[in-house]
Design a binder for this molecule. Structure first.
Ligand code: GLN
Ligand code: ZN
Length: 735
């Protein structure tokens, strides 16, 4: 019989009641001391170890607690501090300056999405001169504390591996391979220190091996791990977020004692079956989905059973990845339906399921509503439901355009002032009646319309003051979504989100945005855009069901939005914007799976929009990433106007679209909405002159900010838009 144990490979680190966020913000604002912050941090860390100890986990991953981001932690520990931060003396000030910049104008490290998750990490900046000058003291202290709390035999340090670290860094003037080799001595010295602490093993987290291009790392990885093996401390090489793909045959042969694989994303099970698993190695089997809120011990038990027939030594039953991607405890949700609750599993529930699965049992097979039909929704729909009745070339002349081009508009939201937030909160708590709430919302709409009128924009928006969040707003109005009260997960640093949970078939109950549109349009003769969040973004920013494919869920949402588009049109709306900022985020890690995703993502967008009559202008908005590698998919969305984040990339996106031959209207962002700075007219003139040279005909260009303005203040928005409009009017073609 194969020996079976349980392990964890990371745990939520924000605290049950968002203790870390509160402590960090108090510290940053000067309301509390560093000691107080450290105290809270230690408490949260201790609590999480206590949870895992109480759940009876045999090998508990430790040392993954963080003040902000674990990748930043390793940059700091490895002493790979970019030069500009060296002037900051105090270590904590330095750390937070790297995370968020500082008042002296130091620019933070760039933030980027961590693999295909919704977590963001701080990108290490490395160059030809980067040499580690490690300091592991604090980390080792953390490990010793954990050992004291939970016992030496149980505490397994979590180390972010050198290959992945270098791969995720921005390396300028130095190759990733070279960087890996420079990192190895630092890691070897760390392993030596951990060895003297008598740890049972060290988890080397190397999710980088699942990336589509990881084959190119083979040589550097082999050399690195041969070197690290010399320390003779047992290493568990931990991979997650996808299967190993082409790297499987050599990764499992690296000189380590244990290989951990993700058995819920990608298809590692087939790889294990096809290539076998080394007889001398232990297998860490990530069978409980660390990125899903659904209980699925039935699946986990089944995979373990299949692995038992293949693995010779030992199987470690564990979550597929760190549990940082799920909320902490279902039991902190008093108002969730109890039947639904019994099918959900957050971090605390998952760790208690590990033992069950290891003992060969399971307590559930279903997840999601459990009444899934296997029919592909696409096949039940007429093909004509995916195409507009006329092509763009025939549509355009029927739609609203600004003579001379450079029509001005915004992306949707206006400042979410304290007054707006307070109003929504009071309404939520039942302190203001629905009537009063709507009356107040209408005043905000009226203000936004007045401002746009005064500034002379061409296409108006109502300002989105009724929306706290572009996904939550729709989730709350649609059937099939539910919400948690305390289900926070870390997006980055002290920013946490509560993704909605899709638990049943999605459908629309009644119109969701028509009232606000009608109110806004009644106040002006300029066209007001209907404002919707697209199906792919709603899906990607929610916890999806697991019993039906994501494609089916996207199409269901699309059908609901399609009705909304039709209703907006009926109410006189002639321009409808369907935002898809998360379109690119959903891309699979491996390129060979991109097409399959893009195919249904584009279909979902079209299904939701093509119902519009030819004279109705469909706008879409993309941001948060670089879209240059999915231009064809963007083209296939068949939107009449594409507004796109562009300003920070120095018009790279616009040039790429021109080169591609993108033949519809484009609204490239002209200024960055993340900065409070007001773009000067000189700056804007340069920008627009640049647009003129892009190769896109002036008539097809729209002028708008990069994204919504909800995080800005009116004091910034008004002068910024004034400059934007002035310059657009000035540089428009004389007609
Ligand atoms: N319409 C949304 C807004 O303006 C778009 C936000 C986004 O792209 N993230 O806020
Ligand atoms: Zn945006």
């Amino acid at each position: 019989m194969v020996n079976k144990t349980t392990a964890t490979i990371g745990y939520p680190r924000i605290g049950l009641n968002r203790e870390m966020k509160k402590a960090l913000e108090a510290y940053w604002s000067g309301k509390s001391s560093l000691d107080e912050l450290l105290k809270v941090s230690k408490q949260v860390e201790e609590e999480s170890l206590k949870d895992q100890l109480n759940a009876g986990i045999q090998l508990i991953g430790v040392g993954d607690h963080t003040m902000y981001d674990h990748v930043l932690d390793w940059t700091f520990r490895l002493g790979l501090i970019p030069d500009r931060f060296k002037q900051v003396q105090n270590p904590k000030d330095k750390y937070f300056a790297m995370a968020r910049g500082n008042k002296e104008g130091l620019q933070a490290l760039d933030m980027s999405k961590f693999f295909d998750s919704n977590y963001h990490y701080l990108v290490p900046e490395l160059n030809a001169n980067s040499k580690p000058s490690p300091n592991f003291e604090e980390f080792l202290g953390e490990i010793s504390r954990a050992q004291q709390q939970i016992g030496k035999e149980r505490a397994v340090p979590i180390v972010f591996g050198p290959v992945t670290y270098a791969r995720l860094a921005r390396c300028e003037g130095v190759s990733v391979d070279e960087m890996i080799s420079r990192l190895v001595p630092a890691y070897a010295s760390l392993l030596n220190s951990l060895k003297s602490l008598q740890v049972p093993e060290v988890q080397m987290h190397e999710p980088g091996f699942v990336l589509g291009d990881a084959e190119i790392l083979q040589k550097a990885a082999e050399t690195a791990y041969q070197e690290l093996a010399k320390v003779q401390v047992p290493i568990n090489l931990v991979t997650y977020y996808d299967d190993l793909g082409k790297t499987y045959p050599w990764v499992v042969k690296l000189p380590v004692q244990t290989i951990s694989l993700d058995f819920v994303r990608g298809d590692n099970l087939s790889l294990v079956k096809k290539h076998g698993f080394p007889a001398d190695k232990k297998l860490g089997a990530g069978v409980l989905d660390g990125r899903s809120v659904w209980k699925d011990t039935g699946y986990a038990a089944q995979v373990i059973k299949e692995l038992e027939a293949i693995v010779k030594t030992s199987i470690i039953v564990q979550p597929s990845c760190s549990l940082m991607h799920v909320p902490l405890d279902v039991n902190s949700e008093p108002s969730l339906d109890s039947n639904l609750k019994s099918r959900l599993s957050f971090a605390r529930q998952k760790i208690s399921e590990l033992g069950l699965v290891a003992s060969g049992k399971s307590d559930s097979t279903a997840n999601g509503p459990g009444v899934a039909s296997s029919q592909d929704l696409e096949n039940t729909l007429d093909k004509s439901m995916f195409s507009r009745s006329e092509p763009f070339s025939k549509r355009r002349s029927q739609q609203f355009t600004v003579p001379g081009g450079f029509g001005t508009t915004t992306i949707g939201s206006f400042p979410q002032t304290p007054a707006v937030r307070k109003l929504r909160l009071q309404y939520k708590k039942g302190q203001v009646s629905e009537d009063e709430y709507q009356r107040q919302i209408d005043r905000h709409i009226s203000f936004a319309i007045g401002v746009q009128e005064a500034l002379g924009l061409d296409v108006f928006v109502h300002g989105e003051s009724e929306r706290s969040d572009m996904v939550e707003y729709f989730g709350q109005k649609l059937r099939g979504f539910t919400f948690t009260e305390n289900g926070w997960v870390q997006s980055y640093g002290s920013r946490y989100v509560r993704p909605p949970i899709i638990y049943a078939d999605v459908s629309r109950i009644s119109p969701m945005t028509v009232r606000e549109f009608v109110v806004a349009q009644s106040m002006t003769n300029k066209p007001v855009k209907g404002m919707l969040t697209g199906p792919v973004t709603i899906l990607n920013w929610s916890f999806p069901r697991k019993d039906i494919p994501r494609k089916q869920q996207a199409l269901q949402i699309a059908l609901a939005l399609r009705d909304e588009v039709a209703d907006l049109e009926k109410s006189g709306c002639s321009i409808i914007q369907m935002d898809e900022p998360a379109l690119r985020e959903g891309l699979p890690l491996k390129k060979e799976r991109w097409n399959e995703y893009l195919d249904w993502a584009v279909k979902a967008f079209r299904l939701s929009t093509v119902v519009a009559a030819p004279k109705t202008q469909i706008v879409t908005h993309l941001c948060y990433s670089d879209f240059q590698d999915i231009l064809e998919a963007i083209d296939q969305m068949d939107a009449d106007v594409l507004t796109i984040e562009n300003s920070r990339s120095d018009d790279a996106m616009l040039r790429a679209l021109a080169k591609y031959g993108y033949a519809r209207d484009i609204g490239p962002g002209v200024y960055d909405v993340h900065s409070p700075a007001v773009p000067s007219t000189e700056f804007l003139v340069k920008k627009l002159e640049g647009f003129k040279k892009s190769g896109i005909p002036l008539e097809r260009l729209w002028i708008n900010p990069d994204c919504g303005l909800k995080t800005r203040q009116w004091e910034e928005v008004i002068p910024s838009l004034r400059n934007m409009v002035d310059v657009a009017v000035q540089l428009r073609k004389a007609t």
